[in-house]
Design a protein around this ligand. Structure first.
Ligand code: FES
Length: 181
């Protein structure tokens, strides 16, 4: 979990009744990107707006959220720098990360070994539940959906004691082999 956070205002959902808490945290309504998503992107290495756009999908539709997302990004970067100056992040001695961030367009590895690209988050029309839309990065490259909570859940250790990763789907940090300038 990040030891810092951004706190920009959001006009998303003004006057609307549903999803009070979650709605308040949305910084990009078109893509349902929250402050936590932006912070997670910074955690995963984002350093500018282009990174956040690529990793979360924010600011890629109407663009009205650009200022809000940028402000959130700046706060997150500032807070991270400050946290680093005061107390460098510990090297995760024995306690593993407690959060598995969801990054739009992030590449995830399933605990059984295959890779998937998160395309977006959608809502189930029957119950409003958030589902992750993700694409197989093998075989026919088909699209699949799974409840977000399940997608981000830990591996069932009792059922799969031999699993080598903590999360059912784990975010991968794929470097460019061409070393982008
Ligand atoms: S609100 Fe973010 S792209 Fe429209």
């Amino acid at each position: 979990m990040v030891p810092w956070g951004c706190d920009v205002g959001s006009d998303m959902g003004k006057g609307k009744k549903r999803g009070k808490g979650a709605k308040k945290d949305v910084v990009c309504g078109c893509k349902h990107v929250t402050r936590a998503d932006v912070e997670a992107a910074v955690d995963a290495g984002a350093t500018d707006l282009a990174d956040v756009k690529r990793m979360t999908g924010a600011v890629t539709k109407c663009g009205k959220c650009k200022g809000r997302v940028k402000a959130c990004l700046d706060q997150a970067l500032e807070a991270r720098a400050a946290a680093g100056a005061v107390a460098p992040e510990p090297e995760a001695a024995s306690e593993p990360e407690t959060e598995n961030p969801l990054v739009i367009h992030g590449i995830y590895r399933h605990f059984k070994g295959d890779f998937y690209l998160v395309e977006d988050v959608a809502h189930d029309s029957e119950n409003g539940e958030e589902v992750v839309v993700y694409r197989k990065l093998y075989g026919d490259g088909s699209l699949w959906v799974r409840p977000k909570a399940m997608f981000l859940s830990p591996v069932d250790r009792e059922k799969y004691p031999e699993a080598t990763q903590r999360w059912r789907f784990e975010l991968q940090h794929v470097e460019s082999v061409a070393r982008r300038a």
